[in-house]
Every structure is written in structure tokens, then in C-alpha cells.
Design a binder for this molecule. Structure first.
Ligand code: SF4
Length: 686
């Protein structure tokens, strides 16, 4: 049997897989030695993908309420309810909430339907929760949401800095690459409040006070300036610098002040600053610890400022590198799947709107950015959104203040959920459920963290009446009256249209362009091998701003409030190594459960002693939003005053560990990304 080349279903590393189908619903999984992201390696989640392709728990027929329905009946109902709602309340009374699990072709069709035909930008994605601060930071600095780095930069770096990233657990194959480079002599610095498995192996761990990243990076920039480590030529030729930039960077940026703000030993801080200033080939990777903050965009720009001003960008081994969570967060960004972007890396400027409307021959076009995830569910709760379609995600678990999200879903007059799983916490509120094709059943493309575009390929026939997401969306579009615009028969047609749009009236001002692929035939699409678009962006020092210069962005450290009397702890949330999101897939592989069998709250020994909670005991974590029960792990890996819980458990899988109920629905003011990492909380033994 021939192996089929496809891509892992989970994280943004985007590892290539060789899948050999061995039976009706059985497959043998191996890493693809020819895929540039992983060169044959797979982590535990990817390795066990074959155990998750069974049909237990699957939604295999359309459902209206509790009754099975034909596709025609279900699609007609969805189209009619959306059409009627728009006719009565306007285009902004409806919304789509989609997912980084969608393939690029799925994302493209959903975005086209909402922005170009319904005429609203109320389509947002769970990627908002993951990396939208990186999108906003890139756009502010570079003029376009471009990730300049590739994985090969890790292989060429002499210093690797990880900020807010437990890479060993969350991007394991990237971490193996980092370790290999460190074994060859590169140094590793980890900046993270927690002493994670990644931090354990670092040459230097800086367990900074949560939320103090801007102070740390501004201090680094001031240090580099003082040490003569700025790139004067690059600054003069390629950067725009606000008038008061250096003055503001210098405020409170002496070593002692930064050490106090960040709660770090000055000697450790000095060591990091000296190492960075002396190491031109430095890659700084950052992920959710930076993005999921109430000042996430500023934190991203603080990192980008340092790399730009020291000329550590666009060169082998010298790059800032945002690593994404989901397999296709980047593909969603490329088609404009966020409420704040239009399509093909364009914003809502009038000429962009006119261009996209022309290209789509659309009857209308969204006039302005739509509601971002937290705003969207707030609008749902306030009755402003009257019809919602949730695709391939579980916001009743994953949104902050998930209890309030559930109330909003319950109050919405019409909720559609398309998913592979029959009963999710979110589909409990659906009026219509539509069976979507799962990994291994659908065809399309995904873009990983370093802009490598890879194919996901079908391994099995579609089970029951399941259909690919692009098919479901285009059928609703056709039934809403736009037959020609949604006349797709296969994903290759959508791919070609996406490529043509990326290059349409693009004189090179936008870096994102796939012109050579717009004429790819079906056979070429089917045979597509992984490729990275954009080469080495910014190697020529030209950025996607009107004047071609990148912008240094003035960012200052916000005051960090101390503990509140009623909520004396700070709750941080995150992932476990062997689980993915709400475990609908990884939960099917028994071996993956062995790593962490239940949700733990991790707490420092001093806090545990003061609160009377003990290792292995049970304790309630409470915040102003809700509470949930956890098993206690007492560990010095936590800073005093801070606790950590995992995000994976839901009502379906556990009576406790319901982390989604706990975070505040507060967001970064620029990106709209929720600040999951710093929720005031308390802990009490049972
Ligand atoms: Fe899959 Fe990510 Fe693991 Fe690679 S690192 S095998 S993409 S989960």
C-alpha cells in the first residue's frame, strides 16, 4: 500500500505525515522525512493520530433539533433563517465563529460569503484567542501580517530566546530543533513566569512577573543602545522612528528598575542583556504567553522593536518568530478569516474594499471590521446577533467566561453548529447540527507557523452523510441566492481563486501573493508538495508600508496591579503536552491520557502551606467569573502568588477542571485577544 502524504491535525508546527491506510478505518502514521517542518519526526500527539480516526461519537447526519434531516432540508433552513434575519435586522445581525482547524479552502468560502455577499465582517475565529496580538503587532511594525522567520533560522541561530512559550510541550518538534541547535553550541534563554519543562533545560530562565514583558524588552533595547549594539545603518535606511521613541524607551529602563518591575535578579537580567547584545544571530520565538495578555500587542511590538533596531531581521538566524497554536491559524490569516482583516492580508481601506468586491463580483462588501470573538459573544448575549453559525470549534468551553457564553448561546434565536462530533458543549445549544468531514476525510491546504503551505489529504471515504466544510458553506451561499459565486465542485477551484485574489491588483505592495499557483490544474493541486511562500521577507530591508520602512512602535509598561484582598492569586492557563483543545480527538487515544490523567491546579509550596491545600488533595479554584474543582500539584515551578490550570477538560469529560469558566472576558485593546494568563483568583481546599 502506498503512503499518502498529508499534514498533522494538531498544532501550528505543521508536521508532514505519511499515512498508510491499512483497513476500512485504520491507518498507520509515520513522520514525513521530506517535509521541511519535521523531517520525519512526530511528537506524541501526531504519532497517535491513527487511534483517533474511528467513528465513535461522530455526527453523521444533519440534525434539526433532535431529529435527523436531509441535507436539502437542513441547508434550506439555514439559508432561509440567515436570509430572513438579514432582511429583518440587517447584515450585522448575523455572525460566523470559525476555527484554525478549518482548511484554507473552508476558511476562504466562509469569509467570502460573510464579507462579500452577506456584507458584514462578523466572521471571527478561535485564532483570535491564540495569536491575534501577533497579527496586530506585525501589521503595526511591518505594514502587513508577515512572519519573517522560518524554521531554518533556528538551525542558524547562536542564541534562541523563548518568550511565553512552553515549546517542549506545545510545539514539540520545533523544540527538538531548538535542542539540536543548542547541542551544537547555541544558547537558550526562556522567559516565562513558570519553570516549565522548557525552562528546565535552558541556559538561563527568567521567571518574570506576569505582564512585565514590555519593561523587560524595553530594558533590553535601552541596554543595546547603550552598548552600541543597535544597527545604525538599518535604522537610518529602513526604519521609521517616532520622535519621542528613544526617550520613552529609556523611561524606567535601567537595569535595577527593570529588575524590580519584572521581579528578577539583576544579575540574571544583565546576563541576558549581555548575551543578546553580543549575539547577532538571535531568534526570538514567542507564543501564547505573549499574545494572551491584556497588553499582548504592545508585548509583541516590544519584541519586534528590539529585533528591528538591532538589525536582527531578514537574515539567517536573526529573526523574531511568532509560533502559532493551530494547524491552520496562518491559512486563516491569509484568506482574511479574522473580523479585523478583509482578505489576502488586506485591511478595510476603501481601495482594498473596492478591489476585493471587484474581484468577487460581489453585490456588497463589509464596510468595516466586524465583531471580534469576545465582542461577538457579548453581542449575542445582548440580542444584537440573532443568527450564529459555529464551525469546527467549541466556544462554550474555550471562550473566557464560558458560563456567560453558554447563556448567550441559549438566548440566541438561531444557532447552527457544523462539527465532526455529535455532542459537544456548544452543539447542545444548536438548532441545526451539520456533520462535517474530519481529518483524514477532507482535502485542502494548511499554512504552518513559518508560512509553509502543505496539503491535507483524504485517507478515507466520507462516512455517513458528512461533508467538507467548504461544501456546506457554499451550499448555504447558493441557497441564499448566489449560485455563480459559490459554484465550486472541488477544493482545487477554491485554491486557485484564493491564489488569484492574493495577486489581484497587487503591484508588490503586499508581500502575500501566490500568483504562480493560480493556474495550477487539478492534478497539480493534488500532487502539491510543501512550499514556503515569500522566501526570506525583509531580506532587502523593504517592508509593506507605504514608504517601505518598518515602524518602531512606542510601547510602555502598564502598571501591574498587586493582589486583591478577595482574589489574592493570579491564575494562568495553558496546555498539556499530550492533549489538544477540548480533547474531542486526543481523548480517543488512551496512551495520550497517561501523561496527565486529570486536570491539576499547580501551586507554589508556600501558598499551598498557607492555604492548607496538599499535594494530591482536591481544591476549588474560584474567580469572579466562576469556579471549578482540581487535583492539587504542589510545585516550586510556580511563582509564589500564581497558580496554573489546563484548558482541556469540559462538562463531557470531567466534573472538574472547567478552566473555561474562570478567565475574565477582558481583551487587549488593539487585537481583541483575551488575556487568559492573568486572572485574579483564589484557591481553597475541599
Ligand atoms: Fe503534530 Fe504539532 Fe506534534 Fe508536529 S509538533 S506532530 S504538528 S502536534
Amino acid at each position: 500500500m502506498n503512503a499518502i502524504r498529508t499534514t498533522c491535525a494538531y498544532c501550528g508546527v505543521g508536521c508532514g505525515i505519511r499515512a498508510t491506510v491499512t483497513d476500512e478505518r485504520a491507518v498507520q502514521i509515520e513522520g514525513d522525512p521530506d517535509h521541511p517542518a519535521n523531517r520525519g519526526r512526530l511528537c506524541s500527539k501526531g504519532t497517535h493520530l491513527g487511534e483517533t480516526v474511528g467513528l465513535e461519537g461522530r455526527l453523521l447526519t444533519p440534525m434539526i433539533g433532535k431529529r435527523r434531516a436531509s441535507w436539502d432540508k437542513a441547508l434550506d433552513l439555514v439559508a432561509k433563517r440567515f436570509r430572513d434575519t438579514i432582511a429583518q435586522h440587517g447584515p450585522d445581525s448575523v455572525a460566523f465563529y470559525v476555527s484554525g482547524q478549518l482548511l484554507t479552502e473552508d476558511y476562504y468560502v466562509a469569509n467570502k460569503l460573510m464579507k462579500g455577499f452577506i456584507g458584514s465582517a462578523n466572521i471571527d475565529t478561535n485564532s483570535r484567542l491564540c495569536m491575534s496580538s501577533a497579527v496586530a503587532g506585525h501589521t503595526r511594525a511591518f505594514g502587513e501580517d508577515v512572519v519573517p522567520a522560518s524554521y531554518e533560522d533556528i538551525d542558524a541561530a547562536d542564541l534562541i530566546v523563548l518568550v511565553g512559550s512552553n515549546t517542549a510541550w506545545c510545539h514539540p518538534i520545533v523544540y527538538q530543533r531548538i535542542r539540536a541547535r543548542c547541542d551544537a553550541g547555541a544558547k537558550l534563554v526562556v522567559i516565562d513566569p513558570r519553570r516549565t519543562e522548557t525552562a528546565e533545560e535552558a541556559d538561563l530562565h527568567l521567571p518574570l512577573r506576569p505582564g512585565s514583558d514590555v519593561a523587560l524588552m524595553n530594558g533590553l533595547l535601552a541596554w543595546c543602545r547603550e552598548a552600541g549594539a543597535l544597527d545604525a545603518g538599518f535604522l537610518a535606511d529602513h526604519l521609521s522612528v517616532p520622535a519621542d521613541f528613544w526617550e520613552r524607551v529609556g523611561e524606567g529602563s535601567d537595569l535595577w528598575s527593570v529588575a524590580r518591575t519584572c521581579d528578577l535578579p539583576p544579575a540574571d537580567l544583565r546576563r541576558f542583556y549581555e548575551l543578546f547584545a553580543a549575539t547577532p544571530r538571535t531568534v526570538t520565538l514567542f507564543s501564547q504567553g505573549v499574545n494572551q495578555s491584556l497588553s499582548g500587542t504592545d508585548q509583541v511590538n516590544a519584541i519586534l522593536n528590539v529585533h528591528l533596531a538591532t538589525g536582527r531581521i531578514g537574515k539567517p538566524g536573526a529573526q523574531p518568530f511568532s509560533i502559532t497554536g493551530q494547524p491552520n491559524a496562518m491559512g486563516g490569516r491569509e484568506v482574511g478569516g479574522l473580523a479585523s482583516t478583509l482578505a489576502a492580508h488586506m485591511d478595510f481601506a476603501p481601495d482594498n474594499r473596492a478591489r476585493v468586491q471587484r474581484f468577487w463580483a460581489a453585490p456588497t462588501i463589509a464596510e468595516q471590521p466586524g465583531l471580534k470573538a469576545v465582542e461577538l459573544f457579548r453581542a449575542l448575549g445582548e440580542g444584537r446577533i440573532k443568527a450564529l453559525w459555529v464551525m469546527a470549534t467549541n466556544p462554550a468551553v474555550s471562550m473566557p467566561d464560558a458560563g456567560r457564553v453558554r447563556e448567550a448561546l441559549a438566548a440566541c434565536p438561531f444557532v447552527v453548529v457544523s462539527d465532526v462530533i455529535a455532542d459537544t458543549d456548544t452543539s447542545a445549544y444548536a438548532h441545526v447540527r451539520l456533520p462535517a468531514a474530519a481529518w483524514g476525510e477532507k482535502d485542502g491546504t494548511v499554512t504552518n507557523s513559518d508560512r509553509t503551505i502543505s496539503r491535507q489529504r483524504a485517507l478515507f471515504p466520507l462516512p455517513g452523510e458528512a461533508r467538507p466544510d467548504w461544501w456546506i458553506v457554499k451550499e448555504v451561499g447558493r441557497r441564499m441566492g448566489w449560485k455563480t459565486a459559490f459554484a465550486y465542485d472541488r477544493p482545487a477551484e477554491i485554491w486557485r481563486e484564493h491564489c488569484r485574489l492574493s495577486a489581484y491588483e497587487n503591484d508588490g505592495a503586499r508581500l502575500f501573493a501566490l500568483p504562480g499557483l493560480s493556474s495550477a490544474g487539478n492534478a497539480e493541486y493534488d500532487a502539491m508538495t510543501p512550499f514556503r511562500w515569500g522566501g526570506t521577507p525583509f531580506a532587502d530591508g523593504r517592508f509593506s508600508t507605504p514608504d517601505g520602512r518598518a515602524r518602531l512602535v512606542t510601547v510602555t509598561q502598564k502598571a501591574i496591579s498587586g493582589p486583591l484582598a478577595a482574589w489574592p492569586l493570579t491564575l494562568n492557563t495553558g496546555r498539556y503536552r499530550d492533549q489538544w483543545h477540548s480533547m474531542t480527538r486526543t481523548g480517543l487515544a488512551p496512551k495520550l491520557a497517561r501523561h496527565r490523567e486529570e486536570p491539576l491546579v499547580e501551586v507554589h509550596p508556600d501558598d499551598a502551606a498557607g492555604l492548607g491545600v496538599i499535594e494530591g488533595g482536591l481544591a476549588w479554584v474560584a474567580t469572579p467569573q466562576g469556579d471549578s474543582l482540581y487535583r492539587v500539584r504542589v510545585t516550586p515551578a510556580q511563582r509564589r502568588g500564581e497558580i496554573f490550570t489546563p484548558i482541556h477538560w469540559t462538562d463531557r469529560t470531567s466534573s472538574g477542571g472547567r478552566t473555561g469558566l474562570l478567565p475574565r472576558p477582558l481583551v487587549d485593546p488593539v487585537s481583541g485577544q483575551p488575556g487568559f494568563k492573568q486572572t485574579p483568583a483564589r484557591l481553597a481546599a475541599v
